[in-house]
Design a binder for this molecule. Structure first.
Ligand code: ACO
Length: 331
Protein backbone atom coordinates (compact mmCIF):
# COMPACT_ATOMS: atom_id res chain seq x y z
CA UNK A 1 0.00 0.00 0.00
CA UNK A 2 1.53 3.32 -1.09
CA UNK A 3 1.18 6.10 1.53
CA UNK A 4 -0.29 9.39 0.32
CA UNK A 5 1.77 12.58 0.00
CA UNK A 6 -0.47 14.85 2.04
CA UNK A 7 -3.42 14.75 4.39
CA UNK A 8 -5.96 17.20 5.74
CA UNK A 9 -5.26 17.74 9.44
CA UNK A 10 -7.78 20.50 10.24
CA UNK A 11 -10.81 22.24 8.77
CA UNK A 12 -12.67 25.47 9.51
CA UNK A 13 -15.32 27.84 8.18
CA UNK A 14 -15.95 31.56 8.43
CA UNK A 15 -19.43 32.86 7.71
CA UNK A 16 -21.04 36.29 7.92
CA UNK A 17 -23.69 36.52 10.60
CA UNK A 18 -26.48 38.03 8.47
CA UNK A 19 -28.97 35.51 7.05
CA UNK A 20 -30.82 36.70 3.93
CA UNK A 21 -33.83 34.52 3.10
CA UNK A 22 -35.66 34.18 -0.21
CA UNK A 23 -38.50 36.21 1.27
CA UNK A 24 -36.07 39.07 2.01
CA UNK A 25 -35.67 39.81 -1.74
CA UNK A 26 -39.06 41.56 -1.66
CA UNK A 27 -37.56 44.15 0.71
CA UNK A 28 -35.03 45.22 -1.96
CA UNK A 29 -37.58 45.32 -4.78
CA UNK A 30 -36.71 41.98 -6.46
CA UNK A 31 -39.74 40.24 -7.91
CA UNK A 32 -39.27 36.60 -7.02
CA UNK A 33 -40.60 34.02 -4.60
CA UNK A 34 -39.35 31.37 -2.21
CA UNK A 35 -41.27 28.84 -4.32
CA UNK A 36 -39.51 29.84 -7.61
CA UNK A 37 -36.04 29.82 -6.07
CA UNK A 38 -36.55 26.60 -4.08
CA UNK A 39 -38.00 24.70 -7.03
CA UNK A 40 -35.13 25.56 -9.40
CA UNK A 41 -32.18 25.73 -7.02
CA UNK A 42 -33.01 24.29 -3.59
CA UNK A 43 -31.71 27.54 -2.04
CA UNK A 44 -33.73 28.87 0.89
CA UNK A 45 -31.30 31.38 2.40
CA UNK A 46 -27.71 32.59 2.14
CA UNK A 47 -25.27 34.63 4.27
CA UNK A 48 -24.54 38.21 3.20
CA UNK A 49 -21.38 39.88 4.50
CA UNK A 50 -21.30 43.34 6.08
CA UNK A 51 -18.70 45.96 5.13
CA UNK A 52 -16.35 44.72 7.85
CA UNK A 53 -16.84 41.05 6.96
CA UNK A 54 -14.36 41.20 4.09
CA UNK A 55 -13.04 38.28 2.05
CA UNK A 56 -9.90 38.39 4.22
CA UNK A 57 -11.94 38.46 7.44
CA UNK A 58 -13.96 35.41 6.42
CA UNK A 59 -10.77 33.63 5.31
CA UNK A 60 -9.01 34.44 8.60
CA UNK A 61 -11.97 33.16 10.64
CA UNK A 62 -11.98 29.86 8.71
CA UNK A 63 -8.16 29.59 8.82
CA UNK A 64 -7.85 30.13 12.57
CA UNK A 65 -10.36 27.34 13.20
CA UNK A 66 -8.57 24.99 10.77
CA UNK A 67 -5.18 25.76 12.35
CA UNK A 68 -6.51 25.23 15.90
CA UNK A 69 -7.99 21.86 14.89
CA UNK A 70 -4.74 20.84 13.18
CA UNK A 71 -2.68 22.00 16.17
CA UNK A 72 -0.62 24.20 13.85
CA UNK A 73 0.60 27.72 14.71
CA UNK A 74 0.83 30.55 12.17
CA UNK A 75 4.63 30.29 12.22
CA UNK A 76 4.47 26.68 11.00
CA UNK A 77 2.62 27.49 7.78
CA UNK A 78 4.84 27.33 4.69
CA UNK A 79 2.26 28.43 2.10
CA UNK A 80 -1.13 30.14 2.01
CA UNK A 81 -3.14 29.39 -1.11
CA UNK A 82 -6.36 31.41 -1.27
CA UNK A 83 -8.96 30.77 -3.92
CA UNK A 84 -11.23 33.73 -4.60
CA UNK A 85 -13.15 35.44 -7.38
CA UNK A 86 -13.75 38.37 -5.02
CA UNK A 87 -10.38 39.65 -3.78
CA UNK A 88 -10.67 42.55 -1.34
CA UNK A 89 -8.37 44.61 -3.57
CA UNK A 90 -7.15 44.01 -7.10
CA UNK A 91 -3.54 44.33 -5.96
CA UNK A 92 -1.97 42.73 -3.95
CA UNK A 93 -3.44 39.25 -3.54
CA UNK A 94 -5.88 38.76 -0.67
CA UNK A 95 -3.64 35.84 0.40
CA UNK A 96 -0.97 38.30 1.57
CA UNK A 97 -3.54 40.25 3.59
CA UNK A 98 -4.43 36.90 5.17
CA UNK A 99 -0.74 36.14 5.75
CA UNK A 100 -0.37 39.46 7.59
CA UNK A 101 -3.61 38.99 9.54
CA UNK A 102 -2.54 35.53 10.74
CA UNK A 103 1.10 36.52 11.34
CA UNK A 104 2.27 33.61 9.19
CA UNK A 105 5.75 35.06 8.86
CA UNK A 106 7.35 32.05 7.08
CA UNK A 107 4.60 31.60 4.50
CA UNK A 108 4.52 32.18 0.76
CA UNK A 109 1.08 33.54 -0.12
CA UNK A 110 -0.83 33.76 -3.39
CA UNK A 111 -4.37 33.78 -4.79
CA UNK A 112 -5.84 31.29 -7.23
CA UNK A 113 -8.47 32.39 -9.73
CA UNK A 114 -10.41 29.39 -10.98
CA UNK A 115 -13.91 30.42 -9.80
CA UNK A 116 -15.94 27.68 -8.09
CA UNK A 117 -13.30 25.01 -8.81
CA UNK A 118 -10.57 27.16 -7.27
CA UNK A 119 -10.37 25.49 -3.87
CA UNK A 120 -9.86 22.06 -5.45
CA UNK A 121 -7.25 23.62 -7.76
CA UNK A 122 -5.58 25.05 -4.64
CA UNK A 123 -5.63 21.69 -2.85
CA UNK A 124 -3.99 20.08 -5.89
CA UNK A 125 -1.30 22.77 -6.11
CA UNK A 126 -0.59 22.46 -2.37
CA UNK A 127 -0.26 18.66 -2.66
CA UNK A 128 2.20 19.16 -5.54
CA UNK A 129 4.27 21.63 -3.50
CA UNK A 130 4.43 19.11 -0.66
CA UNK A 131 5.36 16.31 -3.10
CA UNK A 132 8.18 18.42 -4.58
CA UNK A 133 9.67 18.97 -1.13
CA UNK A 134 9.15 22.74 -1.32
CA UNK A 135 6.82 22.84 1.70
CA UNK A 136 5.44 20.66 4.51
CA UNK A 137 2.37 22.59 5.67
CA UNK A 138 -0.14 24.58 3.61
CA UNK A 139 -3.26 26.52 4.40
CA UNK A 140 -5.74 26.10 1.53
CA UNK A 141 -8.64 28.54 1.70
CA UNK A 142 -11.72 29.32 -0.39
CA UNK A 143 -13.17 32.76 0.47
CA UNK A 144 -15.85 34.61 -1.46
CA UNK A 145 -17.84 37.79 -1.02
CA UNK A 146 -20.12 37.09 -3.99
CA UNK A 147 -22.55 39.78 -2.80
CA UNK A 148 -19.96 42.38 -3.92
CA UNK A 149 -19.92 41.26 -7.60
CA UNK A 150 -23.47 40.11 -8.32
CA UNK A 151 -26.01 42.41 -9.90
CA UNK A 152 -28.62 43.03 -7.21
CA UNK A 153 -31.02 44.21 -9.94
CA UNK A 154 -30.78 40.94 -11.95
CA UNK A 155 -33.13 38.44 -10.36
CA UNK A 156 -31.83 35.57 -12.51
CA UNK A 157 -28.40 35.69 -10.78
CA UNK A 158 -28.68 37.57 -7.49
CA UNK A 159 -30.82 34.86 -5.89
CA UNK A 160 -28.18 32.20 -6.46
CA UNK A 161 -25.10 33.32 -4.55
CA UNK A 162 -23.92 33.81 -0.97
CA UNK A 163 -20.81 34.78 1.02
CA UNK A 164 -18.49 32.62 3.13
CA UNK A 165 -15.17 30.89 3.54
CA UNK A 166 -13.80 27.42 4.24
CA UNK A 167 -10.21 26.39 4.96
CA UNK A 168 -8.09 23.32 5.54
CA UNK A 169 -4.57 22.69 6.77
CA UNK A 170 -2.83 20.25 4.43
CA UNK A 171 0.33 18.60 5.75
CA UNK A 172 2.94 16.09 4.62
CA UNK A 173 1.69 12.62 5.51
CA UNK A 174 4.29 11.24 7.85
CA UNK A 175 2.06 8.42 9.16
CA UNK A 176 2.93 5.85 6.51
CA UNK A 177 -0.82 5.20 6.20
CA UNK A 178 -2.88 5.50 3.04
CA UNK A 179 -4.83 8.47 4.45
CA UNK A 180 -5.01 11.83 2.70
CA UNK A 181 -5.36 12.82 -0.92
CA UNK A 182 -5.92 9.68 -3.04
CA UNK A 183 -6.50 11.41 -6.39
CA UNK A 184 -7.09 14.79 -8.01
CA UNK A 185 -8.24 15.97 -11.44
CA UNK A 186 -8.41 19.44 -13.07
CA UNK A 187 -9.62 20.68 -16.45
CA UNK A 188 -10.68 23.93 -18.16
CA UNK A 189 -12.33 25.18 -21.35
CA UNK A 190 -11.86 28.91 -21.95
CA UNK A 191 -13.86 28.76 -25.20
CA UNK A 192 -16.92 28.86 -22.93
CA UNK A 193 -15.73 31.81 -20.81
CA UNK A 194 -18.51 34.18 -21.86
CA UNK A 195 -21.28 31.98 -20.48
CA UNK A 196 -20.43 33.08 -16.94
CA UNK A 197 -18.27 36.19 -16.54
CA UNK A 198 -17.81 39.83 -15.65
CA UNK A 199 -17.46 41.52 -19.06
CA UNK A 200 -15.84 44.82 -18.07
CA UNK A 201 -13.81 46.58 -15.42
CA UNK A 202 -10.62 44.52 -15.89
CA UNK A 203 -7.40 45.61 -17.61
CA UNK A 204 -8.88 45.17 -21.12
CA UNK A 205 -11.79 47.51 -20.33
CA UNK A 206 -10.86 49.54 -17.26
CA UNK A 207 -13.70 51.02 -15.25
CA UNK A 208 -15.58 53.97 -16.77
CA UNK A 209 -18.75 55.80 -15.85
CA UNK A 210 -20.46 54.00 -18.76
CA UNK A 211 -19.47 50.56 -17.45
CA UNK A 212 -20.84 51.46 -14.03
CA UNK A 213 -24.04 52.78 -15.58
CA UNK A 214 -24.51 49.65 -17.75
CA UNK A 215 -23.57 47.35 -14.83
CA UNK A 216 -21.29 45.30 -17.10
CA UNK A 217 -18.67 44.99 -14.34
CA UNK A 218 -21.02 42.59 -12.55
CA UNK A 219 -21.63 38.85 -13.04
CA UNK A 220 -23.50 37.83 -16.21
CA UNK A 221 -24.63 34.26 -16.69
CA UNK A 222 -26.38 32.18 -19.36
CA UNK A 223 -28.16 30.01 -16.76
CA UNK A 224 -29.40 27.16 -18.94
CA UNK A 225 -26.10 26.72 -20.80
CA UNK A 226 -24.19 26.79 -17.53
CA UNK A 227 -26.54 24.19 -16.09
CA UNK A 228 -25.95 21.78 -19.01
CA UNK A 229 -22.16 22.06 -18.83
CA UNK A 230 -22.09 21.88 -15.02
CA UNK A 231 -23.82 18.49 -15.07
CA UNK A 232 -21.64 17.13 -17.89
CA UNK A 233 -18.32 18.37 -16.53
CA UNK A 234 -18.96 17.49 -12.88
CA UNK A 235 -19.91 13.99 -14.02
CA UNK A 236 -16.63 13.71 -15.94
CA UNK A 237 -14.69 14.98 -12.92
CA UNK A 238 -16.31 12.33 -10.69
CA UNK A 239 -15.39 9.56 -13.18
CA UNK A 240 -11.78 10.71 -13.50
CA UNK A 241 -11.26 10.99 -9.72
CA UNK A 242 -12.58 7.45 -9.21
CA UNK A 243 -10.45 6.07 -12.08
CA UNK A 244 -7.21 7.56 -10.85
CA UNK A 245 -7.84 6.52 -7.24
CA UNK A 246 -8.73 3.03 -8.58
CA UNK A 247 -11.98 3.14 -6.64
CA UNK A 248 -15.62 2.41 -7.45
CA UNK A 249 -18.65 4.49 -6.50
CA UNK A 250 -19.43 1.94 -3.78
CA UNK A 251 -16.12 2.80 -2.08
CA UNK A 252 -17.17 6.43 -1.55
CA UNK A 253 -18.64 7.16 1.89
CA UNK A 254 -19.69 10.72 1.02
CA UNK A 255 -19.87 12.91 -2.09
CA UNK A 256 -19.45 16.65 -1.55
CA UNK A 257 -20.36 18.38 -4.80
CA UNK A 258 -19.94 22.12 -5.36
CA UNK A 259 -23.12 23.63 -3.92
CA UNK A 260 -24.56 25.48 -6.93
CA UNK A 261 -28.04 24.02 -6.95
CA UNK A 262 -29.79 20.80 -5.97
CA UNK A 263 -30.74 19.84 -9.53
CA UNK A 264 -27.09 19.92 -10.64
CA UNK A 265 -26.10 18.03 -7.48
CA UNK A 266 -28.75 15.33 -8.05
CA UNK A 267 -27.79 14.88 -11.70
CA UNK A 268 -24.08 14.55 -10.78
CA UNK A 269 -24.81 12.01 -8.05
CA UNK A 270 -27.02 9.99 -10.40
CA UNK A 271 -24.29 9.89 -13.05
CA UNK A 272 -21.69 8.84 -10.47
CA UNK A 273 -24.08 6.12 -9.25
CA UNK A 274 -24.04 7.49 -5.71
CA UNK A 275 -27.37 7.59 -3.85
CA UNK A 276 -28.50 10.92 -2.41
CA UNK A 277 -28.17 9.63 1.16
CA UNK A 278 -24.40 9.67 0.53
CA UNK A 279 -24.41 13.23 -0.85
CA UNK A 280 -23.98 16.29 1.38
CA UNK A 281 -26.18 19.27 0.58
CA UNK A 282 -26.12 22.63 2.36
CA UNK A 283 -26.98 24.88 -0.59
CA UNK A 284 -30.38 25.43 1.07
CA UNK A 285 -28.63 27.37 3.90
CA UNK A 286 -25.71 29.05 2.11
CA UNK A 287 -26.57 29.36 -1.59
CA UNK A 288 -23.66 29.18 -4.02
CA UNK A 289 -20.54 30.42 -2.22
CA UNK A 290 -18.33 29.64 -5.25
CA UNK A 291 -14.96 28.19 -4.21
CA UNK A 292 -15.85 28.34 -0.52
CA UNK A 293 -18.70 25.86 -0.92
CA UNK A 294 -16.74 22.59 -0.73
CA UNK A 295 -14.46 23.49 2.22
CA UNK A 296 -17.46 24.88 4.17
CA UNK A 297 -19.30 21.60 3.54
CA UNK A 298 -16.23 19.51 4.45
CA UNK A 299 -15.91 21.35 7.74
CA UNK A 300 -19.61 20.78 8.52
CA UNK A 301 -19.56 17.04 7.77
CA UNK A 302 -16.49 16.50 9.96
CA UNK A 303 -17.97 18.62 12.78
CA UNK A 304 -21.28 16.75 12.57
CA UNK A 305 -19.37 13.43 12.50
CA UNK A 306 -21.09 12.44 9.25
CA UNK A 307 -17.58 11.34 8.26
CA UNK A 308 -14.50 10.69 10.38
CA UNK A 309 -11.08 9.03 10.35
CA UNK A 310 -10.95 6.36 7.62
CA UNK A 311 -13.90 7.80 5.63
CA UNK A 312 -13.44 8.23 1.88
CA UNK A 313 -14.82 11.53 0.56
CA UNK A 314 -15.14 12.58 -3.08
CA UNK A 315 -15.35 16.32 -3.88
CA UNK A 316 -16.38 17.62 -7.32
CA UNK A 317 -16.61 21.20 -8.59
CA UNK A 318 -17.46 23.24 -11.65
CA UNK A 319 -17.15 26.97 -12.22
CA UNK A 320 -16.67 29.98 -14.45
CA UNK A 321 -13.97 29.55 -17.07
CA UNK A 322 -15.21 26.93 -17.41
CA UNK A 323 -13.09 25.07 -14.93
CA UNK A 324 -13.87 21.74 -13.31
CA UNK A 325 -12.03 19.59 -10.81
CA UNK A 326 -12.30 16.74 -8.34
CA UNK A 327 -10.43 15.11 -5.48
CA UNK A 328 -10.84 11.98 -3.39
CA UNK A 329 -9.50 12.07 0.16
CA UNK A 330 -9.36 9.49 2.92
CA UNK A 331 -9.73 11.29 6.25
N1 ACO B 1 -37.67 34.70 -9.71
C1 ACO B 1 -38.72 34.57 -10.52
N2 ACO B 1 -38.63 34.46 -11.86
C2 ACO B 1 -37.39 34.46 -12.38
C3 ACO B 1 -36.23 34.60 -11.59
C4 ACO B 1 -36.42 34.74 -10.21
N3 ACO B 1 -35.39 34.87 -9.34
N4 ACO B 1 -35.16 34.58 -12.39
C5 ACO B 1 -35.60 34.41 -13.64
N5 ACO B 1 -36.94 34.35 -13.64
C6 ACO B 1 -37.84 34.18 -14.77
C7 ACO B 1 -37.22 34.63 -16.06
O1 ACO B 1 -37.40 36.00 -16.22
C8 ACO B 1 -37.97 33.81 -17.07
O2 ACO B 1 -39.21 34.44 -17.31
P1 ACO B 1 -39.80 34.54 -18.80
O3 ACO B 1 -39.98 33.11 -19.24
O4 ACO B 1 -41.08 35.30 -18.60
O5 ACO B 1 -38.76 35.26 -19.59
C9 ACO B 1 -38.28 32.51 -16.35
O6 ACO B 1 -38.09 32.78 -14.94
C10 ACO B 1 -37.40 31.36 -16.76
O7 ACO B 1 -36.06 31.81 -16.78
P2 ACO B 1 -34.91 30.82 -17.08
O8 ACO B 1 -33.59 31.53 -16.93
O9 ACO B 1 -35.15 30.10 -18.37
O10 ACO B 1 -35.08 29.78 -15.87
P3 ACO B 1 -34.45 28.38 -15.67
O11 ACO B 1 -35.50 27.38 -15.49
O12 ACO B 1 -33.33 28.08 -16.63
O13 ACO B 1 -33.75 28.57 -14.23
C11 ACO B 1 -31.61 28.99 -13.25
C12 ACO B 1 -32.75 29.55 -14.05
C13 ACO B 1 -32.11 28.60 -11.86
C14 ACO B 1 -30.54 30.06 -13.13
C15 ACO B 1 -31.07 27.73 -13.96
O14 ACO B 1 -30.78 28.00 -15.31
C16 ACO B 1 -29.83 27.20 -13.30
O15 ACO B 1 -29.90 26.65 -12.23
N6 ACO B 1 -28.67 27.34 -13.98
C17 ACO B 1 -27.39 27.00 -13.41
C18 ACO B 1 -26.89 28.22 -12.74
C19 ACO B 1 -25.82 27.93 -11.77
O16 ACO B 1 -25.97 27.15 -10.85
N7 ACO B 1 -24.71 28.61 -11.96
C20 ACO B 1 -23.61 28.52 -11.16
C21 ACO B 1 -22.91 27.22 -11.40
S1 ACO B 1 -21.27 27.40 -11.75
C22 ACO B 1 -20.72 28.24 -10.51
O17 ACO B 1 -21.02 27.97 -9.40
C23 ACO B 1 -19.84 29.34 -10.83
Amino acid sequence: MIPTVARITGTGRGLPSRIFTNDDFASIGIETSDEWIMERTGIHERRIASDTETTCWMAATASRQAMARAGVTAGEIDAIILSTATPDRLLPATAVDLQAELGATRAAAFDISAACSGWLYGLTVAEGMIASGAIDTALVVGAEKMSAIIDWKDRSTCVLFGDGSGAVVLQRNKSGERAGILSTFMRSDGCLANLLYRPDGGAAHPMTAEILENRTHLVKMAGREVFKHAVREMSEAADRALDSAKLRAADIDLLIPHQANTRIIEATAKHANISMDKVYVNVDRFGNTSSASIPIALDEVIEKKIVGPGSTVMMVAFGAGFTWASAIVRL
